[in-house]
Design a protein around this ligand. Structure first.
Ligand SMILES: *Cc1c(COP(=O)(O)O)cnc(C)c1O
Length: 385
């Protein structure tokens, strides 16, 4: 095999998918509660996105940002209409969206320090790896970019005590995803917002995982009435078509003038078509209300069935982004769940993470809960003998 072994891959080869269901090369089917890590928010091959892409495939795949791109403008409008932000820059991943945010914040403020949080995850490029508050991500690459400072997450006291005249921005996830599905508290997030205002720093919210309806609002910061200057998006933005975006306020427009930043593929006609078809479905009030109520229902079912097990410490999350804090390593359970027909993913060593498609049905959730209950119960009783 000639792939760099950068991923720990499970022994599973998925060959097809439809909605919440995927099939492997042996004909086994699974409920997919990973969704490509919060990417396939409308399930696999959602018909409305597929047909829009098929039409676009027959017209035009790629032209450069040298030319007018009406589809890209339309995608940008869908994002700005759903938020308090005014301009959009399209790129190809979450890390690139955060790179753009870091560059924009530094250029606009003419300051260099970006404050982020421990256990955060912002990507794997040099700047976003440096922004990420996790040593295991940074190890072995030598000196990081020196302009990042890390505060403890959910610690409003540490935020209140922050000072300095070189702070360009504070960058935060509303719910830490890779760091363990840890929702920010209202008091903490409000302290971050207030500190930004006090320091004249920008508030950057990394919504790469929490955005695009995942938490029951277009973007999770809207659940807390936060008013960020910059929001980054990717993962669910194109339903599986690789695309990222950075959204910013009007006041930032001069710092990203012609020639200041760019990328070859960013927002090409195929990507923009995937974005438009995805957002037209998800950014709908009743669709999002449904996500909230399904998320509450799923969390309450999981609490009812799993919390009695000594293995399970907490069920937490927002919308359909759910973390189950265990007393032990989560990976063995991910294997057992898969063997029983349910795909889940970890978030840190001891957290099981569920990210079902946002259009998951009640039946599918019921089935997933019963698999979880059976597997975790079996695991607990095995340990107690
Ligand atoms: C996944 C993720 C990223 C990185 O996105 P990539 O597309 O993998 O570069 C950044 N921030 C958060 C919060 C993420 O969950």
């Amino acid at each position: 095999m000639s792939l760099f072994p950068t991923y720990n891959r499970f022994p599973l080869t998925i060959v097809s998918g439809e909605g919440t269901n995927v099939t492997d090369d042996k004909g086994n089917t699974y409920l997919d509660f990973v969704s490509g890590i919060a990417v396939c928010n409308l399930g696999h091959r959602p018909p409305e996105v597929q047909s829009a892409l098929e039409k676009q495939l027959g017209e035009l795949w790629h032209v450069s940002n040298l030319y007018q791109l009406p589809k890209q403008e339309q995608a940008a409008n869908l994002l700005t209409e759903a938020t308090n932000l005014d301009y959009v820059f399209f790129c190809n991943s979450g890390a690139e969206a955060n790179e753009a945010a870091i560059k924009l914040a530094r250029k606009h403020t003419q300051r260099e320090t970006i404050v982020t949080f421990k256990q955060s995850f912002h990507g794997r490029t040099f700047a976003t790896m440096s922004a990420t508050g996790q040593e295991k991500i940074q190890q072995g690459f030598g000196a990081l970019l020196p302009t990042f400072e890390y505060l403890p997450f959910n610690d409003e006291k540490a935020v209140n005590e922050l000072e300095g005249d070189d702070i360009a921005a504070i960058m935060v996830e509303v719910v830490q995803g890779e760091g363990g599905v840890v929702p920010g508290t209202k008091a903490f997030l409000e302290a971050v917002q207030q500190k930004c205002e006090e320091l004249g720093a920008l508030l950057i919210i990394d919504e790469v995982q929490t955005g695009i309806g995942r938490t029951g609002a277009p973007f999770a910061h809207q659940l807390y009435n936060l008013d960020p200057d910059i929001v980054t998006s990717a993962k669910g933005l194109g339903s599986g078509f690789p695309v990222g975006a950075m959204l910013g306020k009007e006041k930032l427009v001069d710092a990203f003038s012609a020639g200041s930043h760019g990328t070859t593929f960013g927002g090409n006609p195929l990507a923009s078509t995937a974005v438009c078809a995805t957002l037209e479905t998800i950014f709908d009030e009743s669709f999002l209300e449904d996500v909230q109520s399904k998320g509450e229902w799923l969390r309450s079912q999981l609490e009812e069935d799993l919390l009695p097990l000594s293995l399970v410490k907490e069920v937490r999350g927002k919308g359909l982004m759910i973390g189950i804090q265990l007393e032990e390593e989560a990976i063995p359970l991910v294997h057992k769940l898969r063997e029983n027909g349910l795909l889940a993913v970890v978030a840190g060593p001891k957290v099981l993470r569920l990210l079902p498609p946002l259009n998951v049905t009640k039946d599918e959730m019921t089935k997933a809960v019963s698999i979880m209950k059976q597997v975790l119960q079996e695991h607990s009783s095995l340990q107690n003998v």
